[in-house]
Each structure stands twice: as structure tokens, then as C-alpha cells.
Write a protein that binds this ligand. Structure first.
Ligand SMILES: Cc1cc2nc3c(=O)[nH]c(=O)nc-3n(C[C@H](O)[C@H](O)[C@H](O)COP(=O)(O)OP(=O)(O)OC[C@H]3O[C@@H](n4cnc5c(N)ncnc54)[C@H](O)[C@@H]3O)c2cc1C
Length: 422
């Protein structure tokens, strides 16, 4: 792809009308390269860890991490904020210690274009050159698949709260303000989406709030999937034990149309109105993946070499976290953390002319079903015939709901946020 095509494609991907122009002619190099350099886009669950582990494995490689926000707000544990048992501040981290301790150059800016031929990333202030690029941008939404959805207006009335922050607090406020006896509607998109058990933890947390503060209210769930996607029997047990008669769960009910003025969602068969409506839209890789041309034929996710996380479409560009397709691994923060470590190690191998090392991954996803009781699912993964698979008999689900699992979950979030920020 030549540079002119690249600029045009980037413009189309971002939905912007751009006259072709030369990337380098317009904007200068922000941080002239001193030696070998990896640029990381995204300072979330994947980006912080890949930056840190490259620097720890080979301090001779420069790492520049580009992130739009000075404070990162974690989605894991944001459902507890919606339920009312956690403060959003406890989900926040900053990057100062991480940067200082490991010599990571953090650039707070928005990546708006990527020139994979020239190996340059565009930010507001100019361009940044790389030898290898790692993308960990998380997700964006396929709003266009929901008739009537206005990307700017609808989330103000029907928050998705699938990126933590303002949306989380908005949904929480709506639940607090709702009158007792009101109906909450929650829609779950088709898989794959960020955090397979996330919607069902959300259901549990909303029900916990209703039970304690609005006991005459009910929660209607419209799930596009044929059944609960993760930990089904345990979630059902929790709903029966704690929220009997409060949750109406409809599997195989895909929301196709929304109307935020009328506060209704439509499945094509039925229109349902809610006092609070939490629409979780279908998802795709974050926009930078489209800018780099690393999105696969499905036009949603990025195919990667499962050992190095290098794109199978564009050399020297690696994709980790929610944006990539990683075989049997779920789109979770823990998976992003594990992929980041493998990707860092193998980038260092490749940049030093050594063979990549086949990975072993781990993932555990905890979900709270009340303010204290939790359940979990875990697995170990390996690569077989080029694909990431779960090692047979390596994991499973917790035997029951328990407060002990809740204690483990608290320890998990404390450790992983500490690892990302120091
Ligand atoms: C409600 C909910 C609950 C969850 N619970 C859990 C859980 O209990 N356990 C678990 O393991 N996972 C959980 N997850 C999933 C977890 O949040 C994601 O899997 C994880 O965040 C993926 O990491 P990532 O690095 O791919 O993306 P992120 O962590 O989202 O990081 C992406 C970063 O890239 C930045 N960025 C993107 N584009 C640009 C750009 N153009 N320029 C500059 N910066 C950019 C963003 O600002 C962001 O900081 C949950 C998710 C949700 C929604």
C-alpha cells in the first residue's frame, strides 16, 4: 500500500473526509528515535504490561506508549460500582510510577493514523516512528447494527457502560433515580464481545441494587445468544437464590432497534419499554486496528500469529487484548495481561534475531453475584497447530457461589491494577 492510499484508507476507517497529503510533510517527528523502538498504542490491560515487560526483558529497546487518557479506568469491577458496593475511584490508575520505574516514554495523545509502510504513527503533535508496533486499543462498537442508535445521543439515555467511566456513573445514577416498581431492560449482544461473563455479572449487580432499594422493580434481559454465554448454571443458581422472581431472562432475543426518546428496544417480535435501559451494543476491534489494516475478513477482529501476536496481515504490527482473535482465549483483562507478556517476550526474541518461544497462558474470570459472593471460571492455554486451545482438564468453574471467591476476586483486581501501574 502506498502512502496516499494509506491516508485515504485511514480517513475512511475513521469516518473522516480527508484530502490526500503526505504524513511526514505535514507533521514532524515528535520523539526522534535514538535506537530500536517499539511503539505501543493503548495504556489499558494489554498496553501497560507489554510496555513494561519489553523494558524489563531488554532495556536497550525504547518503548513509547501512547494513550489518550491520563487516568485509566478499569472495566473489571465496574459492575460493582453500578450495583453500589464500590467507588469508581478504586478502579483508576495513572502511569507516572510505571513510566519512571521502567523508562517508558508515555505520550498522552490520540492516535489518528498509522502508516505501516513508513512505520509511523500519527498523533496530534506530529508523528512517532517505530520498528515494531503493538496495538492494544480494546473495543469499539458496531452501532450501525442497531436501527435508531445514534452514537452520540443514545448512550446519554440508554448507557452501555461497556467502557468504564462516565457511562458507568450514568447507569448507576439512572438506577438510583428510578422509582420503586420501575422496569430495567438490559440487552446482551451476540458473541464474541468484551468479557463473556460481564453481562451476567451486570444482571446480578443490578438485581442486587433493586432487591435492596427498589424491591417492587424487575429486570428484563434480552440476550441475543441461545443461552448464558459463561458460567450459566452458577449464574442461574445465584439468581434463584438471591433474586427469585425479579429477573425475566429471555435467551435468543436479539435487540435490532432502539428508540432512546421512547426508551424502547425492539427484537423484531416485541417492543419493550424500560425506565432504565442498558443496551450493550455488538463490538469490534478499536479504530486503530482499522487504521493499520490489521482487521481480518470478518471486518471485526484482528487475526494474529498465536505465538508472537504479530498480525498475519501486516508485518511488524502486533495486536493483543480484546482487538485480536486469540483462539479459545476470551476477551478479558486477564487474557490481555497474559498475551502482553507473551508478546513482549517474543518481540524481544525477534528484535534480537532469536526464535519465538511457544506460550503458556492463564485466564481466570471472577464475577460477583452479590456485593460479596462471587463465582469464577479458569483455564490454561497452549498453542497447538498454530491455534490457542484450552489445555484439557486444566481449569473449570468454581464449585459454588461463595464469599471466599469474592475475597480471591478482590485480591486479583488489587494485584493486576498494581502490576499495570508500577
Ligand atoms: C463490565 C465489564 C466487566 C469486566 N470484568 C472483567 C473481569 O472481571 N476480569 C477480566 O479479566 N476482564 C473483565 N472485563 C474485560 C476487560 O475490560 C477487557 O478485556 C480489557 O480491558 C482488554 O484490555 P485491552 O488492553 O484490550 O483494552 P483496554 O483495557 O480497554 O485498553 C485500551 C486502551 O487504549 C486506549 N486507546 C484506544 N484507542 C486509542 C487511540 N486511538 N489513541 C490513544 N489511545 C487509545 C484507550 O483509551 C484504553 O485506555 C470486563 C469488561 C467489562 C465491560
Amino acid at each position: 500500500m502506498n502512502r496516499r492510499n494509506f491516508i485515504q484508507l485511514a480517513g475512511i476507517a475513521a469516518g473522516i473526509s480527508m484530502a490526500p497529503f503526505s504524513l511526514t510533510a505535514r507533521a514532524g517527528e515528535v520523539l526522534p528515535k535514538k535506537g530500536r523502538r517499539v511503539v505501543v498504542v493503548g495504556g489499558g490491560y494489554g498496553g501497560t504490561i507489554v510496555s513494561k515487560y519489553i523494558r524489563m526483558s531488554d532495556p536497550s529497546i525504547e518503548v513509547v506508549m501512547i494513550e489518550r487518557n491520563k487516568t485509566f479506568i478499569s472495566c473489571p469491577f465496574s459492575n460493582l460500582v453500578i450495583g453500589g458496593s464500590r467507588d469508581l475511584k478504586d478502579n483508576m490508575i495513572t502511569y507516572d510510577t510505571l513510566a519512571a520505574k521502567h523508562g517508558i516514554q508515555v505520550v498522552y495523545d490520540e492516535v489518528s493514523a498509522i502508516d505501516v509502510a513508513a512505520k509511523q504513527v500519527r498523533v496530534g503533535a506530529g508523528t512517532i516512528s517505530y520498528d515494531r508496533l503493538v496495538l492494544s486499543p480494546g473495543i469499539d462498537f458496531r452501532f450501525e447494527e442497531l436501527e435508531g442508535y445514534d452514537a452520540l445521543e443514545t448512550p446519554k439515555y440508554m448507557p452501555h457502560a461497556w467502557k468504564a467511566g462516565e457511562q458507568t456513573l450514568r447507569l448507576r445514577k439512572q438506577l438510583v433515580d428510578m422509582a420503586d416498581g420501575g422496569t430495567v431492560v438490559l440487552s446482551v449482544p451476540v458473541t464474541p464481545f468484551r468479557c463473556p461473563p460481564g453481562p451476567y455479572e451486570r444482571i446480578s449487580q443490578i438485581a442486587w441494587h433493586l432487591k435492596n432499594h427498589k424491591p417492587r422493580s424487575k429486570l428484563i434481559v434480552l440476550d441475543a445468544n441461545p443461552d448464558i454465554v459463561s458460567k450459566g448454571p452458577l449464574f442461574r443458581k445465584a439468581w434463584e437464590k438471591h433474586y427469585k422472581g425479579m429477573i425475566e431472562f429471555h435467551a435468543g432475543n436479539k435487540v435490532t432497534k432502539v428508540d432512546h426518546k421512547a426508551m424502547t428496544v425492539d427484537t423484531g417480535v416485541e417492543e419493550i419499554k424500560g425506565a432504565v435501559v442498558n443496551v450493550v451494543p455488538p463490538q469490534k476491534a478499536g479504530a486503530v486496528a482499522y487504521m493499520a489494516g490489521v482487521v481480518g475478513e470478518d471486518k471485526k477482529w484482528c487475526p494474529v500469529n498465536q505465538v508472537t501476536y504479530e498480525s498475519t496481515l501486516v508485518p511488524s504490527v502486533h495486536v493483543i487484548g480484546d482487538a485480536c482473535s486469540a483462539g479459545a482465549m476470551p476477551k478479558s483483562g486477564y487474557a490481555a495481561n497474559s498475551q502482553a507478556k507473551v508478546c513482549a517476550l517474543n518481540i524481544v526474541q525477534l528484535m534480537n534475531g532469536r526464535e519465538p518461544i511457544p506460550p503458556s497462558h492463564v485466564n481466570v474470570c471472577y464475577s460477583y453475584v452479590t456485593d460479596k459472593e462471587a463465582i469464577s471460571v479458569s483455564a490454561v492455554y497452549k498453542v497447538a497447530d498454530g491455534k490457542t486451545i484450552a489445555v484439557p482438564n486444566s481449569g473449570g468453574v468454581s464449585t459454588d457461589l461463595s464469599e471466599e471467591e469474592g475475597v480471591y476476586a478482590h485480591s486479583w483486581i488489587k494485584n493486576i491494577l498494581h502490576e499495570m501501574s508500577s
